[in-house]
Design a protein around this ligand. Structure first.
Ligand code: GDP
Ligand code: MG
Length: 439
């Protein structure tokens, strides 16, 4: 689906203004991606409306293509909806976890304890699940793995009593994480129980733990837990699977909260603080644009600092020389493999790269080193005009550089492929590459 969104965005290439049909086509693809990612239908519709209105009414800033403009609007609207990560001061506090059975509460409790311990705070997990057989052993084991304090009582059947005694028994700890029982569904006794634990443990914040695959069921869950204990943040678990966690957006929206953590595996270290950019990129099946921009910028700055005379813009406009190739390889090396870089640019993913010869951009460090040596044996004229290099020059260059004619030919072949690739980018007329190189 990401690729069809990409395809639709590609169709906008060259346009500087979007008409209603264009916007409709993009919005339809976005809707498909978001629904596929389990985002709530009403939310998707509300988002679509604001994207449509903005895309049709806002003037793209000078030099920005219509495609980039609409993508930026989509991104901004999603950032607005999903918000920044839940604020978590690194200080003493009590956190309670709520959620259905199997959503990942116990795992998350141990993970969060591990996370706080890495931040230099002393955490303790209090296990109040008396409902699920084995809950005590599971929590105890995970807390051992995380090397954090743990309290539970396998012989006590009253979770409220465990919560009270647990808070006292772990009073040395700075961060108290109260794990609770879940049920298969939102039965009233679960809600009653968690309300009682809440008034006993008196948490500073309660987090709702959701399985990434929750889908459209997120809405009711979020509403019930919000009513019962108040939800200050959401944890999405099992993001290491195929589910994209769109249900979390519903929960965040219903509870007027934000996302605190992401669970990405079964061990205690598999926890990440939420970061809107990568979550949204994943949701849409698009590359990480923010990261790309930063990486390209860094690489270009480094390259330009080394050679003030080299102007990437000019390279893209004029003839692609061996000098350009050398700089280009250098920049690429700093960015990572070019096909991966390209994949992160909307409209330049798979399809574009598939049209190129397989190894057009594959310049490994070893080959680069060899090419560098060969180029040192070339004259300035040859570096600027490689197409004029004939057989006798190849022989001379091979001898001078201590390599062989085959390697010199290989370099010239590589240059030719890159020149053709650059010409394709030049022909795109949309300025992506130019903009990318200029940054
Ligand atoms: P609880 O009933 O809400 O306490 O859920 P548990 O913490 O017991 O987790 C239920 C199952 O999901 C267990 O098998 C966990 O190992 C698994 N699980 C929890 N979080 C993750 C995660 O982020 N990734 C994966 N792959 N599995 C998880
Ligand atoms: Mg549990």
């Amino acid at each position: 689906l990401g690729s069809s969104l990409r395809g639709t965005l590609d169709d906008l290439r060259g346009k500087s203004r979007l008409d209603e049909d264009d916007v409709q086509a993009v919005v339809k693809q976005i809707q498909r991606s978001l629904l596929q990612a389990d985002v709530d239908v009403d939310l998707v519709m509300a988002l679509s409306d604001s994207i449509k209105t903005r895309a049709l009414n806002e003037e793209p800033p000078g030099g920005t293509s219509a495609r980039d403009h609409v993508l930026k609007i989509v991104y901004e609207e999603l950032v607005e909806l999903v918000g920044d990560s839940t604020e978590l001061p690194l200080e003493s506090q009590t956190i309670m976890l709520a959620g259905l059975q199997g959503s990942g509460k116990t795992t998350t409790a141990a993970k969060m304890a591990w996370w706080f311990s890495k931040k230099g705070l002393r955490p303790a997990v209090i296990q109040t699940d008396t409902f699920r057989p084995g809950a005590y052993d599971q929590a105890k084991q995970m807390c051992e793995n995380a090397e954090v304090d743990f309290y539970g009582d396998p012989d006590e059947s009253d979770p409220v009593k465990i919560a009270r005694e647990g808070m006292e028994a772990t009073s040395d700890a700075e961060v108290h994480i109260v794990d609770t029982a879940g049920r298969h569904a939102l039965e009233d006794d679960l809600i009653d129980e968690i309300e009682e634990i809440e008034s006993t443990a008196d948490p500073d914040r309660s987090l709702l733990v959701l399985d990434a695959a929750i889908g459209q069921g997120a809405k009711e869950q979020a509403q019930r837990f919000e009513e019962a204990v108040g939800v200050e943040g959401v944890v999405i678990t099992k993001l290491d699977g195929t589910a994209k966690g769109g249900g979390a957006l519903t929960a965040v929206n219903e509870t007027d909260s934000s996302i605190a953590f992401l669970g990405t595996g079964e061990t205690v270290q598999d926890i990440e603080r939420f970061e809107p950019n990568s979550f949204i990129s994943r949701l849409l099946g698009m590359g990480d644009l923010k990261q790309l921009a930063e990486r390209v910028e860094r690489a270009m700055e480094e390259t330009q600092a080394e050679d003030d005379d080299w102007d990437p813009e000019q390279m893209l406009e004029g003839e692609f020389t061996l000098n350009d190739m050398q700089k280009q390889m250098d920049a690429m090396n700093k960015m990572g493999p070019l096909d991966q870089v390209m994949d992160m640019i909307p409209g330049m993913g798979g399809g574009m790269m598939d049209q190129l010869p397989d190894d057009a951009m594959d310049v490994t460090q070893n080959r680069m080193r060899k090419f560098d040596i060969i180029m040192e044996s070339m004259t300035d004229a040859e570096l600027e005009e490689p197409r004029a290099i004939g057989a006798s020059q190849v022989e001379r260059i091979a001898r001078g550089s201590g390599t062989d004619e085959e390697s010199v030919q290989e370099l010239l072949e590589q240059h030719k492929m890159m020149r053709q690739t650059i010409q394709q980018f030049q022909g795109m007329g949309d300025g992506d590459m130019q903009r990318m190189m200029k940054k």
